[in-house]
Design a protein around this ligand. Sequence first.
Ligand code: FAD
Length: 413
Amino acid sequence: MSGEAGIVIVGAGECGARAAVTLRESGYAGPVTLIGDEIHLPYERPPLSKQVLLAETTEAPPAVLSEAGLRERAIQHLAGVPVTAADSASKQVVLADGRALPYDKLLLATGAMPRRLPNVPASPRILYLRTIGDALALRPWIAAGMHVAVLGGGFIGLEVAASARSRGARVTVIEAQERILKRGVPDAVAETVLSVHQGNGVLVACGVSVSGIDADEHGVGIRLGDGTQVTADILVVGIGAQPCIDLAEQAGLALDNGIAVNERLETSVKDIYAAGDCCSFPHPLYGGRRLRLEAWRNAQDQAIIAAANMMGATRGYESVPYFWSDQFDHTLQIVGLVDEGRSVVRRELGDGAFILFHLDDGGRLVAASGIGVGNRIARDMKLSEMLIAKRVAPSCEALAADANLKTLLPRAA
Ligand SMILES: Cc1cc2nc3c(=O)[nH]c(=O)nc-3n(C[C@H](O)[C@H](O)[C@H](O)COP(=O)(O)OP(=O)(O)OC[C@H]3O[C@@H](n4cnc5c(N)ncnc54)[C@H](O)[C@@H]3O)c2cc1C
């Protein structure tokens, strides 16, 4: 089924690498070229704000695919070279070094990048976190005796705060909204996260605006809207991410909060697909609502669907959204879309762990969010995901009670 040119994948992150592997595992025999602008082998990002920051020594980035893995699968990996243009008429991509590569099918898996603070001059003391380079630049600063200010009480900011505090740094989190984790996390879960941080000595200031930021060789000054100033050794900025769409824009693809794809992950231009953090797609579980997810498992699952479809399948993407975050000894998980839920049922799991079930107006389970120490919530969250996928409308009593969630799953015909 392949022509001479084969499949070109732009972006050698979680999604791009997984797509390349899936092509081979599915028997695709044509050329597979994986092009990444980072110099590394494809690596995992979730450890960057957790294990990599907590580690004592510099380690190789946690790889998704090793040199041997690439070789065994005959995947050509071009590293450290951005793709600057894609021409759908001649079906080729152009690299920053001038090379042009033809494709039969093209997958854009370009990911996302941190949203930058406007009007703040670059400084080695103002840091962002997306790449292994970012994590290694940050790590020496997070030690006892340092004061780490974190702008943004979202997942990245809070994970950095937890890692920094665990390594003995003094940590202040500054959040503009009235509470942390405002996007997609219910109040009760956010409150638990807050108390875990406060219990570990992190100072969290919510509802606080920033009127200016200065940095010099001695530190960073963050002027707050109330006239006070936070002085810290470094400022870590975690104010969200934006999809990498430059190439898609240049290629004339339709955009809509990222690269717009249909349920089969096809872009508006024939033979070009997009997947992972860079794309928005309609989700059948939520009435076709267009979503863009920044989540590890979504990147993997979409890679698998995109690979299958580039080989001729017509599979729709319908996985239940899933996200986890580790902060101190707690793990938080979200399955489904919390903001789709109207009513909430709480299930206690002991030792402070709990799950909230979010039901729509018809009583269908649309999301579950939970938090607990270690893997306390893991099993019930997995079952919740299955209930959401099966569009089950369980009784509130059954959800709240101690009953095994498995019994709520529809029986196989
Ligand atoms: C610090 C951190 C912690 C995280 N923790 C969690 C977690 O706990 N749980 C969770 O579910 N998710 C987590 N995530 C999110 C998860 O890592 C991402 O959803 C996932 O990496 C997305 O994969 P991707 O392949 O779409 O994008 P990426 O992994 O970003 O890969 C895209 C790659 O494409 C490259 N690229 C972009 N444009 C071009 C171009 N023109 N030419 C060549 N290459 C290009 C980029 O440089 C990048 O290497 C975390 C993310 C970060 C940054």
